[in-house]
Design a protein around this ligand. Structure first.
Ligand SMILES: Nc1nc2c(ncn2[C@@H]2O[C@H](COP(=O)(O)OP(=O)(O)O)[C@@H](O)[C@H]2O)c(=O)[nH]1
Ligand SMILES: [Mg+2]
Length: 137
């Protein structure tokens, strides 16, 4: 079964949206394979977002995901990667459709509630950063 990596960012936790976001994924039929509330280390944050290193927003993005606890999870299901991406909505919440997580709960690009791996390859890279010794992916 396809697996994907998802993170509820600090704004999602601060706004009390952990339950709502997880509820949506469960209601869709995705299975929770692993779930933790943690504070990222700077090393983990930079590793998660390593493809964005060198971009103008990299520092702000890393500082933001270090600004409070996050909820990280591995979800599984048929087409899990794409299902999660569609449910998240566009990266910039101003372009995200109502009914998506970002379209319903966010207004700003940095504080857009949720991260989800953008491909199976990204999921395979991201899951072991946090769940390496737990999942046989
Ligand atoms: N300030 C700022 N943040 C951005 C920009 N592009 C992306 N981000 C942030 O960086 C995260 C990672 O970017 P990306 O992988 O392109 O988007 P995602 O896969 O939809 O989360 C996004 O979720 C945003 O929080 C930008 O142009 N400006
Ligand atoms: Mg991305």
């Amino acid at each position: 079964m396809e697996k994907t990596f998802v993170m509820i960012k600090p704004d999602g936790v601060r706004k009390g949206l952990v339950g709502e976001v997880i509820r949506r994924f469960e209601a869709r039929g995705l299975n929770i394979e692993a779930l933790k509330l943690i504070r990222l280390s700077r090393k983990e944050a930079e590793e998660l977002y390593s493809i964005h290193r060198g971009k103008a927003f990299f520092g702000e993005l890393v500082d933001f995901v270090l600004s409070g606890p996050v909820v990280i999870m591995v979800l599984s299901g048929k087409g899990a990667v794409n299902a999660v991406r569609k449910m998240m909505g566009a990266t910039n919440p101003k372009d995200a459709e109502p009914g998506t997580i970002r379209g319903d709960f966010a207004l700003e690009i940095t504080e857009n509630i949720v991260h989800g791996a953008d491909s199976k390859e990204s999921a395979k890279r991201e899951m072991p950063i946090f769940f390496g010794d737990y999942l046989d992916t």
